[in-house]
Design a binder for this molecule. Structure first.
Ligand code: DAH
Length: 356
């Protein structure tokens, strides 16, 4: 081996040692590495024994180069040894204190599906199985579809039931998803089955159970011979699918100008189990689903002959249903963007997509 070759061998040993040291995680391995480089039969030790094979005038230089390398490698190995000694001592201390630092940490998810979206997807899935289409309508609606076609003329006191955000352009923010009823009738004609999940707005004072922005899901089924029995069967199926169990419900007569007869479907409050809480206004029941048989006037507005066809409609409170399902007590949490609220919702929902 000549001087140049020796230099490159030394350089390779330095580089390899440096790489290995960075990867070692136990003192035992450091010991082994040290033996391989600096031990009696180590690579550097063997190079030192080749000094005498070099011409006399080069031996000084060779010796000096190998010594420098030896000191350097010894120092690196020692540094590595000390680093590992420190961390092993720390691990000993931790395990004496009952801490296992090798135990995998808590993995945080990167966000979750909003509870309202999760419930919406579930409802869409159930209704699609029943042959319903999923429709959408404008959030900025006109008086005609939001009120007029729903049998609520301008003079009707029912307009006051839904405090409305009127816009400067003469339109309004839809107060419910019901305007899509007549839009769908116009679009498809009878027979017709659809649901309309969507955002609605009311000029409301906000509290634990009222929001000015919330989600509903309208439902509409029109055919020959549709009766209240169909309505009840579909509503029961829906709630059973959403809650994965039979839910206690009650029907009360309810007034809505666009259905006749009209009902309020209540379900047992799942937050308190019926004992009373702020969500159910201490009543033990939550209004979840106003519904009824589509009023003949509404069918006429949609161009459908009420003597030939009948239908049922419902207006599910999606936001409220999501609160029930996931045990969210305050509706303000749903739109707040408050990360504590979102974390809360995430905890309540778990892995929604996988579960439902
Ligand atoms: N649109 C009504 C509201 O927001 C809810 C409603 C009641 C919808 C009865 C319906 C229905 O389809 O049949 O207050």
């Amino acid at each position: 081996m000549n001087l140049e070759e020796l230099k490159s061998v030394v350089e390779r040993i330095r580089a390899e040692t440096q790489t290995h040291l960075g990867q070692l995680s136990s003192l035992e391995r450091v010991q082994e590495l040290e033996a391989r480089i600096l031990g009696r039969k180590g690579r550097l030790t063997e190079l030192l024994s080749t000094i005498t094979t070099f011409p006399k005038e080069q031996r000084g230089q060779v010796g000096q180069m190998l010594n420098v390398a030896k000191n350097e490698l010894t120092e690196w190995i020692e540094d590595c040894r000390q680093r590992l000694q420190k961390s092993e001592a720390m691990i000993d201390r931790q395990s004496a204190a009952g801490i296992d630092p090798t135990f995998p940490g808590i993995v945080r998810g990167f966000g979750s599906i909003h509870p309202v979206t999760a419930v919406q997807w579930k409802i869409e899935e159930v209704f699609e199985r029943l042959g319903f289409t999923v429709e959408a309508g404008p959030e900025m609606e006109n008086d005609y579809y939001n009120f007029e076609t729903l049998n609520i003329p301008a003079w009707h006191p029912a307009r006051d039931m839904q405090d409305t955000f009127w816009l400067d352009n003469g339109l309004l923010l839809r107060t419910h998803t019901s305007p899509v009823q007549v839009r769908a009738m116009e679009k498809y004609g009878p027979p017709l089955r659809c649901i309309v999940p969507g955002r609605c707005f009311r000029y409301e004072t906000i509290d634990a159970s009222h929001e000015n922005t919330f989600f509903q899901c309208e439902g509409l089924m029109i055919d020959k011979n549709i009766s209240i029995a169909n309505l009840i069967a579909v509503m029961k199926l829906l709630l059973r699918e959403v809650f994965h169990r039979d839910v206690m419900i009650r029907l009360r007569p309810g007034y809505f100008p666009f259905v006749e007869p009209g009902f309020e479907l209540d379900m047992r409050c799942m937050i308190c189990g019926g004992t009373g809480c702020s969500t159910c206004k201490q009543s033990g029941w939550v209004e979840i689903l106003p519904c009824g048989m589509v009023h003949p006037n509404v069918l006429r507005f949609g161009g459908i002959d009420p003597h030939e066809f009948t239908g049922f409609a419902f207006g599910l409170g999606l936001t409220r249903l999501a609160m029930m399902k996931y045990g969210v007590r305050d509706i303000r949490l749903m739109n707040s963007g408050d990360l504590r609220g979102l974390v809360h919702a995430e905890r309540m929902c778990g892995n929604i997509i996988g579960k439902s």
